[in-house]
Design a protein around this ligand. Sequence first.
Ligand code: SAM
Length: 276
Amino acid sequence: MELWYTEKQTENVGITCKTEKTLHVEQTEFQSMAVIDTMQFGRMLVLDGMVQTTIEDEFVYHEMITHVPLNTHPNPQNVLVIGGGDGGAIREVVKHPSVKKAVLVEIDRRVVEISREFFPEISCGLGNPKVSVIYDDGIKHVADHKDFYDIIIVDSTEPVGPAVELFSSSFYKSISESLREDGLFVAQTESPFFNSDLISGCYRKISEVFPITKLYLASIPTYPSGLWSFTMGSKKYDPEAVDVLAVPDYPTRYYTPKLHKGSFVLPKFVEGLIKP
Ligand code: SAM
């Protein structure tokens, strides 16, 4: 018998994957969680019915949410990842030799435990000696650490449940206070096709706090519409001014220094979303 998993991405659109096996289902304190083996994308982590990561396409998201900000800052030493309990962003952060301390603040301990068990390829960086894993609300952690981080990466779920406040003006202000005087941050900001209001809102709120605000894109097949956005707020460094010839050749599959620049070149309709 064929079994298929569907994520209803909007009221009218879904992504459907043929499955081999459902490996795990549970209700955590914060969300429902499932691990499924799919035929096309390999193992898949699902939270509250939304695909978080898959073995086949996780590299795009994790490389683009990390190497773009880390290669924009000339000397990132203290890096914070908020959310990101699968460990993929941390795996990429620790590839940078300048990083002395990488902190993961994940609200849901079970996401980390399940990722360690079922996604060793993604969670492998969590065991790196530079990494500390803290189980807490990212909002509280940021408020408690002023003038501390060089880079903050908001690798959150969609704006539902505990992630709602991660898309608010007050959180962006708090992030700015948690960053050092030349710090920068990046957040995943959803799909330009399906979440245009969210993108416009986040961009406006971030640009009210940060002098340099830039949006960039990547192509991620299992995320709604396949086109995904990230928004960076920076106090000093412009991600488009990076000298691509000076960027070392990290072991990546999607990110390249040329693509770093190219990802900020936006389709006209996306430019329209972030016009003042
Ligand atoms: N790449 C993913 C995506 O865009 O679908 C996000 C992956 S990661 C699994 C998202 C994590 O954010 C979840 O594990 C969730 O528990 C965590 N999270 C949500 N709200 C949070 C908060 N306020 N503080 C810390 N972690 C949070």
